[in-house]
Design a protein around this ligand. Sequence first.
Ligand SMILES: [Zn+2]
Length: 117
Amino acid sequence: MIVNARGKASYRWLLTDAERKHIAALLDIQVGDLAIRGTTMNRERQICKVCGKASGLDDIVKDSLDSGTHTKEYVINALRLGPKHETTSLYDIYCSDCGEKHVYKAGWAVYDFSWLY
Ligand SMILES: [Zn+2]
């Protein structure tokens, strides 16, 4: 956990190997093309109460593709360059393994930090 000068906490979700492979597969890219180490979020990961998978960036990527919110190309670019604008929105997080909705919404913590690192 990181606390900034304004007292806001953020949490680094360091990509696990499984999460990295899953994201690369979702985006049809090579694992080595995913240069980020992780993402900075407003809360800690949650454990799926159905299948036990920890919430991750792969859940967010899968949902953004499945829902038609973003194209693969958009997501690939966003992961390379970062977001075009700040966002403080919180999103429903769905487990990418079983589809269960997590109890708490999550979002990127962009107060002082890049959402990618
Ligand atoms: Zn699950």
